[in-house]
Design a protein around this ligand. Sequence first.
Ligand code: GLY
Length: 441
Amino acid sequence: MSNILLVGNGAREHALAEAILRSCQTPRLFSFMKANNPGIASLSEKIKLGSYADLKAITGFAAENKIEFAVIGPEDPLNNGVVDALSEIGIPSVGPTKSLARLETSKSFTRNLLNKYNIPGNPRFKVFKTIDGMEAFLSQLEGIVLKPDGLTGGKGVLVQGDHFATKEEALKLCQQILMESSSLIVEEKFDGEEFSLQCLCDGKTVVATPLVQDHKRRFESDKGPNTGGMGSYSLADYSMPFLKPQDLQDGMEITRQVAAALLKETGSPYKGIMYGGFIATKDGVKLLEYNARFGDPEAMNILPLLKTDFVEICRHIIAGTLDKLKIEFEPKATVCKYVVPKGYGLPADHPDAASSRAKIEVGNVGKARLYYSSVDKKKDGLYLSSSRAIGIVGIADNLEDARKIAEEGVKAVSGPVAYRTDIGTDALIQKRIDHMKKIRC
Ligand code: GLY
């Protein structure tokens, strides 16, 4: 019997915990979390609560419990070097080392890597450490994106049209960012449709999982502030309705070339998840960013569909033998809807903001799957914990049935909560298709 360590406490890790325990090898799960996720706790042999910066606590917990390997969910522990620390005590991980995790943690590292190895997909960009030359570069771009270089919890990227209007405003923001961040990437803004391509990688072989589209905006019809992701869908044929087959091939080719470039650049194989945030544009597929982990919510779309034993997949990632394993998914559509506090993503002085730590009740979610995220389990029940609370996933032969299952499941959660009703609807998907048609013609 093998003991597996899971690091992370979100709904993505709840889905990972479930995937690990579905293994026919009857593994035992040990979970290190910064906050107690009741779903993960209920699946774990033992849990330990602590900071993801406390590498001693994580390695101590792993050593104490004779862990065979670790699965690292979020980016923070990767950025803190948890994989390196576990490796020092002989425990391998599914997740990249601190140096390789720069794929996500340093946006300039990834942009420069693509340039150096002539890999397609980059926008026009420049990395700035001071504002010297910035005004001239800003005036060359039609649309502007500003990215502080480092982890920003998905909220640091500033986009023209959303966060600022003019080049003058962009320049002011650049000055502000450079007071807090050592460098800043200024990029050309793309028009197109985004999609998530989450790949498994053992350093040499890259395997795609079904494509997913996330919905970042807080409100229906993609209105309101950006969030960590309000929900996502995937299709039974693993494609996206607005993409051409070539788009997936292009995203895969970029990811394969990036995996090879990482090996050349660092001398170490990247073992873990390479999640490419891509955008289909009139000029083909472009790279928005890589993440060194599964997406949240996107992990909830694809992990429940795995037919291949996830523990076997992890072992093959670690051994560098992914090419020897056939990885299969159920041919099903999925819709994930995040239940969030009504005040999620809204300013602190908004009347709904007060609801963000209120009590909720969870009834019968029917055929849907439920994955806990930020909830606080107290003696008298379950409380919201200011961020995304529960991921509800519908799985079916087609998208409409998956959406209905998710929608029914969401209704089982009562309290001052909200969710996006439009995710997975024909109307929203048609909007994406029409947008792409307009761009491509
Ligand atoms: N779905 C966005 C993220 O996981 O970063």
